[in-house]
Design a binder for this molecule. Structure first.
Ligand code: SF4
Ligand code: SF4
Length: 93
C-alpha cells in the first residue's frame, strides 16, 4: 500500500468476510466471540500485534471490542490475549 503503481495480492484462502456471508446464506451458525470486559485490561496486544479486522478499540471503555458483522468465529484471538478476555459465547451449529 505504501508503493505507487499496480500491485497484485495473491490470497491463500478466501476472504473471511466472504466466508461469513456464505455461512449466513446457508443458515450455518458460526461461533460467536466477545470481549469479556471484566477480564480485558486494555493492554492493546490484540490491537497492536494481531491483525484481525473484527477487533477494534473502544476508546470510551478503554477495552478491545469485536464487530460481530466481521467476526467469523475462528477463535485465534482467544489464543493471543494473555488475560483470556476473548470468550466464545455460542458454539457453531
Ligand atoms: S482483549 Fe486481551 S489483548 Fe486485547 S486489550 Fe483486552 S486484555 Fe489486551
Ligand atoms: S474469533 Fe477472534 S480472531 Fe477470529 S475473526 Fe472473530 S474476533 Fe477475529
Amino acid at each position: 500500500m505504501e508503493l505507487e503503481g499496480v500491485r497484485v495480492i495473491v490470497s491463500r484462502q478466501v476472504c473471511a468476510l466472504y466466508r461469513v456471508g456464505q455461512a449466513r446464506r446457508k443458515g450455518i451458525k458460526l461461533p460467536v466471540f466477545r470481549v469479556n470486559t471484566e477480564k480485558c485490561t486494555g493492554c492493546k496486544i490484540c490491537i497492536n500485534t494481531f491483525g484481525c479486522p473484527a477487533i477494534s478499540w473502544d476508546s470510551e471503555a478503554k477495552k478491545a471490542k469485536i464487530d460481530p458483522t466481521m467476526c467469523w468465529g475462528c477463535g485465534s484471538c482467544s489464543q493471543i490475549c494473555p488475560y483470556g478476555a476473548f470468550e466464545v459465547v455460542r458454539e457453531a451449529k
